[in-house]
Design a protein around this ligand. Structure first.
Ligand code: ADP
Length: 484
C-alpha cells in the first residue's frame, strides 16, 4: 500500500452529510494504479438514492452556512488550505498512485488546488452589491448578491484535486453547500480533500463527496429541483448531456469542456523559448490536459529548425512510474487513452505524416506511451480536428498569418491557444483574432488562481478562478425601497 505519513487520508468510503458511508447495496468500484495495474483499493458504487440524500443534507446545511459571515467562512477555508499544504506530500502520493502523473506535478497540483481555496477565502469577503440612481424621488434601488443555493459538481480525472477546489472554493466562500462527484478513476484525491475539509471545520452537509455510477449520480444532480447550479469539467459530449438534463429545472450551469489548442510558432519567435513552451504545454500530464497544445503550427522559415529542437527536447523526457525520481512523463490514464493516441498516429502516418520521435507504446508496458512528434501533418488528418489527450505533438506547416489564424480557428473548440512571436503588432493582431477563452503569448503555461479559466464556442460556459469565478455561484437581487 501507499507509504503515507498520515494513512487516514486514504478513505475507501464516500463522505455524505459529515458521515463516511458505503453504497446502500454495498457495491464498490476498484481503483487502479495506471503505472502498475495494481488495485489500490475500492470506493462505494453509489447511485441516485445516495445522491438525493447528499443533496437534501446540503440543503439542510444551507441556512446556517449562508448565515455565517464571509469572514467566518473564510477562516474555515483558510484552515482547509493550510491543511492541504501541510499534507501536500501525502496528497501528491495518493494522486500519483491513482492518476499516474509524476510526483512533482502532483505536488504542483496540490499547491494549485489549495490556491483556489485560499483565493476564494479572500474573495468571499469582497462580494459586494450596488446602490443605483433611482428614477423615483421616493424610492431607492439596492442590488445585493446572494449565494445561489445547493450546488453540484462533476469533475474529471486529469486534475483530481484542482478541478474540485476550483468549484468548491467559490461555492463555499459564496455561502453555497456543494455535492461533488469525482471521476471514478481518481476518487481517492477527492476523498482525501474531504478528510481535510472536515478537519478544517466545514459543517456537516456543506461539502459531500460521493463516488459511483456517473450516469445515475449525474441524473439526480441535474434533475433534482433543490440543486440550483451544476458545474462540470469534462468532455464536450458529456457536457451536452448534462446541459440537456439541466433544462428541465432551468439550472445555472458552468461547463469546462474539451479543447483543441493551437500552438503557433512564427518565424520571428525565440525558437528555444517556443520549444520549451511546447514541451510544457504538450507533455505535461502526458498530454492529458484540456489546455494542452494539440496542434502545433510552425511557419515555413523555422519549421525544420523547430522540429529538430523539439525532437531533441522530447528525447530528454523520462517516461516511468511517477513516484520514481526524475520521471517527467507517467502512464496514460487507461488503455482507451492509448488506443486513441495510436489511432491518431496511424491515421496521420497513412496520410503522409513523418514520424520524428516515439510513435509506439513504451517498453514499460501498461498504458505507458513514447513521447511522440509527427511532422508534415495536414488538416485532412484526424489529429487536426480531435483532441488527442496524449503525448503526441503534430507539426503543421504554414506560410502566412491569415492562413494560420484560419486553421487555428477551424474547430468547434475554443479553450486555450498559444503563439510565439516578438512582433508587437502581430502579438496584438493574433491575440485578438484567435477564437479562444485564453491565449498564451510566448508562454506555454497559463493557469493560475488569479486568472479567469474558461472557453468559448463548444469549450464551455462560465469562468473559474479569478475575481470572475465567484459570479457563477451568486445571484443578483434587486431591492426597491419605497416610502423614503
Ligand atoms: P473525460 O473522461 O474525457 O475527462 P468525461 O466527460 O467522460 O471526460 O468525464 C468527466 C466526468 O464526467 C467524470 O466524473 C465522469 O464520471 C462523468 N460522467 C461521464 N459520463 C457522465 C454522464 N452521462 N452523466 C454524468 N456524469 C458523467
Amino acid at each position: 500500500m501507499l507509504n503515507l505519513k498520515d494513512p487516514s487520508l486514504l478513505r475507501q468510503q464516500s463522505f455524505i452529510d459529515g458521515e463516511w458511508c458505503d453504497a446502500d447495496d454495498a457495491s464498490t468500484i476498484d481503483v487502479i494504479n495506471p503505472a502498475t495495474g495494481e488495485r489500490l483499493g475500492t470506493v462505494p458504487h453509489m447511485g441516485q438514492a445516495e445522491t438525493r440524500r447528499a443533496i437534501e443534507a446540503a440543503n439542510a446545511s444551507w441556512p446556517a452556512w449562508r448565515k455565517k459571515t464571509a469572514k467566518e467562512r473564510s477562516t474555515i477555508l483558510r484552515a482547509w488550505n493550510d491543511l492541504m499544504l501541510a499534507n501536500a506530500d501525502d496528497l501528491a502520493l495518493i494522486m500519483t498512485a491513482e492518476q499516474g502523473k509524476p510526483l512533482a506535478e502532483a505536488k504542483g497540483e496540490i499547491t494549485y488546488a489549495a490556491s483556489f481555496i485560499e483565493w476564494f477565502a479572500e474573495e468571499g469577503k469582497r462580494v459586494a452589491g450596488d446602490t443605483l440612481q433611482s428614477p423615483w424621488p421616493d424610492r431607492r434601488i439596492v442590488v445585493t448578491k446572494e449565494p445561489i443555493g445547493v450546488c453540484a459538481a462533476i469533475t474529471p480525472w486529469n486534475f483530481p484535486a484542482a478541478m474540485i477546489t476550483r468549484k468548491v472554493g467559490p461555492a463555499l466562500a459564496a455561502g453555497c453547500p456543494i455535492v461533488v462527484k469525482p471521476a471514478e478513476l481518481t476518487p481517492f484525491s477527492a476523498l482525501a480533500l474531504a478528510v481535510l475539509g472536515e478537519r478544517a471545520g466545514l459543517p456537516k452537509g456543506v461539502f459531500s463527496v460521493l463516488t459511483g455510477d456517473s450516469k445515475a449520480i449525474g441524473l439526480e444532480m441535474t434533475s433534482n429541483p433543490i440543486v440550483r447550479k451544476v458545474s462540470f469539467t469534462g468532455s464536450t459530449q458529456v457536457g451536452r448531456i448534462l446541459m440537456q438534463q439541466c433544462a428541465s429545472t432551468i439550472k445555472k450551469l458552468s461547463l469546462e469542456l474539451g479543447g483543441n489548442a493551437p500552438f503557433i510558432v512564427f518565424d520571428d519567435a525565440d525558437v528555444d523559448a517556443a520549444v520549451e513552451g511546447a514541451i510544457a504545454s504538450k507533455y505535461r500530464n502526458a498530454g492529458q490536459t484540456c489546455v494542452c497544445a494539440n496542434r502545433l503550427y510552425v511557419q515555413d522559415g523555422i519549421y525544420e529548425k523547430f522540429a529538430e529542437k523539439l525532437v531533441a527536447a522530447v528525447g530528454k523526457l523520462k517516461v516511468g512510474n511517477g513516484v520514481e525520481a526524475g520521471v517527467t512523463q507517467g502512464p496514460l490514464i487507461e488503455e482507451k487513452a492509448v488506443v486513441k493516441v495510436e489511432q491518431h498516429i496511424a491515421d496521420a502516418l497513412s496520410k503522409g505524416a513523418r514520424l520524428m520521435a516515439g510513435g509506439k507504446r513504451h517498453e514499460l508496458g501498461h498504458s505507458f506511451f513514447q513521447p511522440t512528434v509527427l511532422a508534415d501533418v495536414t488538416t485532412s488528418m484526424q489529429v487536426a480536428g480531435e483532441e488527442t489527450f496524449g503525448p503526441l505533438a503534430p507539426l503543421f506547416r504554414f506560410t502566412t498569418e491569415d492562413e494560420v489564424i484560419a486553421m487555428a480557428n477551424d474547430t468547434e473548440f475554443g479553450l486555450a491557444a498559444y503563439f510565439y512571436s516578438r512582433d508587437i503588432g502581430r502579438v496584438w493582431r493574433v491575440a485578438e483574432a484567435l477564437e479562444s477563452g485564453m491565449v498564451g503569448v510566448n508562454t506555454g503555461l497559463i493557469s493560475n488562481e488569479v486568472a479567469p479559466f474558461g472557453g468559448v464556442k463548444q469549450s464551455g460556459l462560465g469562468r473559474e478562478g479569478s475575481v470572475y469565478g465567484m459570479d457563477d455561484y451568486l445571484v443578483i437581487k434587486y431591492i426597491c425601497m419605497g416610502g423614503v
